[in-house]
Design a protein around this ligand. Structure first.
Ligand code: KG4
Ligand code: ZN
Length: 358
């Protein structure tokens, strides 16, 4: 390979201010030289969720320091960097603008290439930092704002085969944590308290489990958790409900993954080992990891999770997406702006709203 590229990545799409320096390896994976993530948990905790204006202000206050820290930790100066990649969507526009504008300005002053990155593509490519994976592969992206099954056919070439018709999986964890008063952020606290509970104590609904292909629906589950929470009188019952909720999510994800794998097999004829990658914040959940590993073995897929530091929002995945796009000369247009909505598969139907038929 010619010179190994080193990119600076910047991520400010929601409540994490992140910067990272990533260098290509010659085997197609990457070396993360620094991965700095400043979480705003404290700022949003009292509101039980992300407040966009507070998040944007925290990004403005932190971003210079976080970028400098990422450069220092990697032992690189800005003039050693070959290109800059920043998240341009989807996300909160006031937040995206902070990282995007500073990235663009740094690139302009340093006369370096600048790449606008889709946050969802960052997640989708994140397992490739540590693993050699070739296209096509099946993706389950489960985060706070998105839940979808995709066939990653190539860079910039994604087919969405399933999505949530209401709440995202991370959102369901966050809402359940709020209902049960387990603390913020919701996903990790539900996982922690679920360990103290019995997972078969409550029977919760499995919405659209036998219809709608590999689409998901979680709003009914959350409503039932809310209803059942009203009769809770002890901490043990609370942990039991958290455990039952997590178990129900597992059942839904396992069944829908099985369907997605069948769809992948129908669409892609391949004799080589098939890969299934699970990405996004929820991919950090141990019980979900174990269950998805089991179904992958049954369905003959190699199941790959990023290390936990690359599951939640981070800028290493953005730098890495930038390097790969730069190599393939996949630049967004010059007059690019940040966007709140930016589907990876622009032909996928928008499956939300009343009157939806599955
Ligand atoms: O990918 P991410 O950091 O941000 C978005 O792009 O949304 O995902 C955040 C989501 C949150 O909803 C959070 O509660 C969930 O991922 N999450 C988890 C766990 N860790 C984070 N959900 C379940 N179990 C976890 N251990
Ligand atoms: Zn994310």
């Amino acid at each position: 390979m010619e010179k190994k590229l080193t990119f600076l990545g910047i991520e400010t799409s929601c409540d994490e201010t992140a910067a990272s320096v990533v260098q290509e390896n010659s085997d197609g994976t990457a070396k993360v030289l620094s991965n700095i993530v400043s979480s705003q948990i404290k700022e949003h905790k009292k509101f039980g969720g992300v407040v966009p204006e507070i998040a944007a202000r925290a990004h403005v206050e932190n971003i210079d320091f976080i970028i400098q820290k990422a450069l220092d930790k990697s032992n690189k100066k800005i003039n050693h960097i070959d290109g800059i990649a920043a998240t341009a969507g989807p996300g909160l526009v006031v937040c995206l603008n902070v990282g995007y504008n500073i990235g663009k300005s740094l690139a302009k002053f340093g006369a370096k290439p600048f790449l606008s990155i889709n946050h969802l593509e960052g997640h989708t490519l994140s397992p490739g930092i540590e693993n050699k994976i070739s296209f096509p592969y099946l993706v389950l992206l489960v985060s706070g704002g998105h839940s979808q099954f995709l066939i990653a056919k190539g860079l910039n070439n994604y087919k969405q085969i399933g999505t949530t018709i209401d709440d995202a999986v991370g959102e369901a964890f966050d809402k359940t944590a709020k209902i049960l008063d387990l603390g913020y952020p919701g996903g990790p606290s539900v996982e922690r308290f679920a360990k103290k509970g019995k997972k078969d104590s409550y029977k919760l609904p499995l919405p659209i489990i036998n219809k709608g292909g590999c689409n998901l629906s979680l709003a009914g589950l959350k409503t039932d958790v809310l209803r059942k929470s009203k009769n809770i009188t002890t901490n043990q019952e609370k942990y039991n409900l958290a455990a039952s909720f997590q178990e129900t999510i597992n059942k839904i994800l396992v069944k829908k993954t099985e369907i997605a794998m069948q769809e992948f097999d129908n669409e892609i004829s391949s004799n080589s080992l098939k890969s299934f990658v699970v990405v996004g914040g929820v991919a950090a959940n141990e019980s979900i990891r174990n269950n998805l590993k089991k179904i992958s073995r049954k369905m003959n897929f190699r199941c790959i999770f990023p290390s936990k530091e690359f599951c939640g929002d981070n800028a290493a995945m953005i730098a890495w997406a930038g390097i790969q796009r730069f190599r393939k000369k996949l630049f967004e247009k010059e007059n690019e702006i940040v966007r709140s909505r930016w589907p990876l598969d622009k032909d996928a139907p928008f499956l939300k709203g009343p009157g939806l038929k599955l």
